[in-house]
Structure formats: C-alpha cells, structure tokens
Design a protein around this ligand. Sequence first.
Ligand code: SAM
Ligand code: SF4
Length: 419
Amino acid sequence: MLDLVANKTHDEQRQGETYAPFSVDPNEYKKKFYIESYGCAMNFADSEVVASILNKEGFGATRNVEEANLIFINTCSIREKAEQTVRKRLTEFRKLKTRNPGTLVGVLGCMAERLKSKFLEEEKLVDIVVGPDAYRSLPRLVDEAADGHRSIDVLLSREETYADIAPVRLNTNGVSAFVSIMRGCNNMCSFCVVPFTRGRERSRDAVSIINECRDLFENGYREVTLLGQNVDSYYYNPESNSTEHAVTFGQLLEKVALISPLLRVRFSTSHPKDITSDVLHTMAAHENICKCIHLPVQSGSTRVLQLMNRTYTREWYMSKVDEIRSIIPDCSLTSDMIAGFCTETEEEHQETLSIMDYTKYDYSYMFFYSERPGTLAQRRYKDDIPLDVKNGGCRRSSKNKMSYHASTLHRIWAKPLKY
Ligand code: SAM
Ligand code: SF4
C-alpha cells in the first residue's frame, strides 16, 4: 500500500532481487545469465540496461543460478552492511562455481567501482569487475573472461547515459517502470560515496527519455518514475553554442506528463536545495504528476547539516516544506535521515525528530551513519557515536515515522486512483 506514496528509491524488499526471464520473448537462448541487484532504484534500472546488452550477445535471463553461464551481482556501496551482504553472496557463488567450473562470476556497480582491481585480488572467484559507466564493455569482458583472463573496466565517464539502450524490463508488473534521466552526482555530501562510485553528474538526452516513456505507455505501462540522484539539477542542452533548446527538469517533467493524462508520473530524488518553484507549479498544473516528493532532510540540525555539506539550514528546509504545502496543499513528502553522524549530540538528534513532526512525512528511510572510505567525513571527522547509540537513534526516528502511517493510509483510501 505504501508503494503508492513512497517512491521507494531504496526498497528493502527488493534487495537481492533476481530477474526472471521476460515472458514475451520469442528467442531461444543457449547461454543464460543470472543477475541479482542491490541498492537504490538506479541500480535496478542499470540491471535492465545490462540485460539488454547481454540479450544482444545471445544470453537469456534465468532465475535459476544453477543453470547460469554468467552470474552477475549488481552491488551497492552506500553503507558497510550493503557491502557485507555482497561478500556473503559471493561465498555462496564460490560453492556453485566449484560444482559448475565453467561459470563466470561478475561484480557490477558501485562496489566494483570503489574497489576496482582490489576486488580481483580479494575475491579470487570473481572473473569480471565492471563499474556503472562501463556496461557497454561487457561483451568484450565476458569474452576475455571466457578465455581465462580475469577482466576489469571501471572507467567513469563524463558522457555515458546509455540513452540509446532500450532497457529490457525483466521483472515487470507491466504497469510501473523506472526511467533513468541522469547519472552521477556533483553534490559531495560529506558522508556519501556516490560521487566517487557513479562519477560526475550528466543528463540524458530529453528526446530519448520522452520516447522511452511514450513506448512504455504504448506498451500498457501506466506509471513511470524518472530517476536520478538529484533530478532537479537535470539540464540537457543539445547545442553547445546556444541554450535555445535546453531542457530543465520542470520542462522535462511537463513533456512526460503530456504524453497522456493516463500516465502517472513520479520522480526521485530531489535535493532540497535544487527543487524549484517551477517544478512545484508544473506538479500542481498536471493531475497525472503524482503529488509526492522524496525530499531527504538527512538531519534536522543546522550544525550537522553543515558538517554533512548539505548546503541548507534547518530553517531553509522548513521554508521549502512551507512553499511545497502552499503550492501543492495535499503533497505527500518522504525523506531519508541519518542518525549518529559524527559529533551529533542528543539535542541535535531531537531536532531531527522535531523536523519530522513539522513536516509530517508520509514515509522515511532511517539509516544509522556508516563511515565510507574516501569520503570527506571519513577523512575529516571522527566517527565517534557508538553503534548502539546510532541504532537507538534510528529506532526512535522509525517510531516517529510510524505515527504517520495511519494518516497516509487514510489519505490513499480517501483519494482512489482514477484508472
Ligand atoms: N541522492 C539522494 C539524496 O541526496 O538524498 C540519495 C542518495 S543515497 C543512495 C540514499 C540515502 O542513503 C541518502 O539519502 C542517505 O540518507 C543515505 N546514506 C548515504 N550515505 C550514507 C552513509 N554513509 N551512512 C548512512 N546513510 C547514508
Ligand atoms: Fe550522495 Fe548527496 Fe549526491 Fe545524494 S546528493 S547521491 S546523498 S552526494
């Protein structure tokens, strides 16, 4: 039920999900790939791009890891626990590889990017390591690995958006789909590894996005979620010498909404510093743009926000909430919070709880701070809050969040979908 209000960019229930073979595929495949995905929605969308590339190479998807010639794990580095989960899965694949010696194992995504060739040294069973911007190299890497050479490509790109690759919707319900509109992030929040694992921000060609959304609609889909680490800074300019045809996020959102009033449009994630009143007015003007914004606050304390390099204050965030409520009175707001960031005090944690009371989120993801190697916070600040205190903070935040579920459910039932 909560799926209807939250964009679920990091959906716990989907962690480790494997892709089933698609139902309407006339081809017969001699070779099979198995792919298991972790992390945020961007990773799940990337697995669909990978599937498309492998498909063209004659690999069909399987959910049965035992019959796969290629096993891929699309990884997340955002917290230490996510990496531990992947390591554990790899030990299970090791047993399988002993039973089926020709099977190749590949690590994709953020953990591949973060650890690079160290992965090949540390995890002896891994044959292929591919970063998020290098999936086009997969056919070559698979060939090399099949010839007995362990292969790696972790080059980050300033241009790659996979705009021309039609993702294969492998696990689809035929109704909702994620559409990537940009890649990377330039924000450098001090706790976050994403700018290092996914590289510089770049926006995908607007025409390819609109075409993909239109194709989805014509194939029966009724909901698209436009995805990016920071969708509000989307900016696509096809001409270098003029801005005449440049497209902002507000304009893109409107173009997608205009495909059909029967297509529901969502987006995620918004950085509070970047969401514009133009986007809010576009949302208000189109009934089929879902009145839901994922607006991660991370902390309710201005001092902690400053340490996090979030570039807004508590008051600024609250005034953004006020602006949203004034333009879209029934807008649902969801969030991410981090408990126990470096030097956070109990009073500062209470400020996070109070901002929850102020905003009345419909849903929120609660994380305890996990120090990530190479980030600004790891280099500059001491991770000085004991784990049980961080965890306790997380639980208290969750408790606060739960109090809103009842009203959320009420709101959904009170406003049934029109189609
Ligand atoms: N780009 C989005 C944004 O700015 O909100 C989300 C990026 S990240 C994939 C999702 C969430 O993970 C973040 O909003 C943050 O709350 C959490 N996160 C990121 N790094 C973390 C860390 N080192 N420890 C705990 N939580 C973290
Ligand atoms: Fe990470 Fe901040 Fe970028 Fe989100 S905006 S991906 S939290 S650096």
